[in-house]
Design a protein around this ligand. Structure first.
Ligand code: UDP
Ligand code: MG
Length: 172
């Protein structure tokens, strides 16, 4: 059986990570945050992609999918091999654009089944306020007003159409 995957989408600060923490307690999914995996990779001094990732994140842009997918796969493969019961994934903050979706389909087709999308619909002003509040202690280089304006634009321009696409398929 192919492992089921639920994509978690919504604007920056919509509450994706927070709700995933609750969901895994109750439903036993394995939670993977694409954004957190990228941040961890950025911090790894041996990574070839550190600088590139930092630039994209600060600019609110979407990192090339090859990098994101390789990080997701690096987490998923051993989990799937080690424990069939943990074979259900919440993938948080992905896919964020067409490039992400195509990359996923190309690499994961036949290996995992996207069950549905969980969409956290939160208005932009509240999203910005929450991230600014979080920025006081998160240490994230993108939780500031300048990056946030860009992240919201990227969300509206690139991510929302992906949610709409799944909506048309009746999968949201
Ligand atoms: N990001 C990306 N590809 C992904 C997920 C995240 O490029 O698949 C980058 C993007 O620059 C984004 C940042 O990582 O703005 C932070 O993403 P995260 O999901 O952590 O932010 P959140 O929406 O949870 O605040
Ligand atoms: Mg998050």
């Amino acid at each position: 059986m192919k492992p089921p995957v639920v994509f978690i989408l919504g604007g920056p600060g919509a509450g994706k990570g927070t709700q995933c923490t609750h969901i895994i307690e109750k439903y036993g999914y394995t939670h993977l945050s694409a954004g957190e995996l990228l941040c961890d990779e950025r911090k790894d001094p041996y990574s070839r992609y550190g600088e590139l990732i930092e630039k994209y994140i600060k600019d609110g842009k979407i990192v090339p999918v090859e990098i994101t997918i390789s990080l997701l796969k690096r987490e998923m493969d051993p989990t799937m091999a080690a424990n069939a019961k943990k074979n259900k994934f919440l993938i948080d903050g992905f896919p964020r654009n067409q490039d992400n979706l195509q990359g996923w389909n190309k690499t994961m087709d036949g290996k995992a089944d996207v069950s549905f999308i969980l969409f956290f619909d939160c208005n932009n002003e509240i999203c910005i306020e929450r991230c600014l509040e979080r920025g006081k202690s998160s240490g994230r280089s993108d939780d500031n007003r300048e990056s946030l304006e860009k992240r919201i634009q990227t969300y509206l321009r690139s991510t929302k159409p992906i949610i709409d696409l799944y909506e048309e398929m009746g999968k949201v």
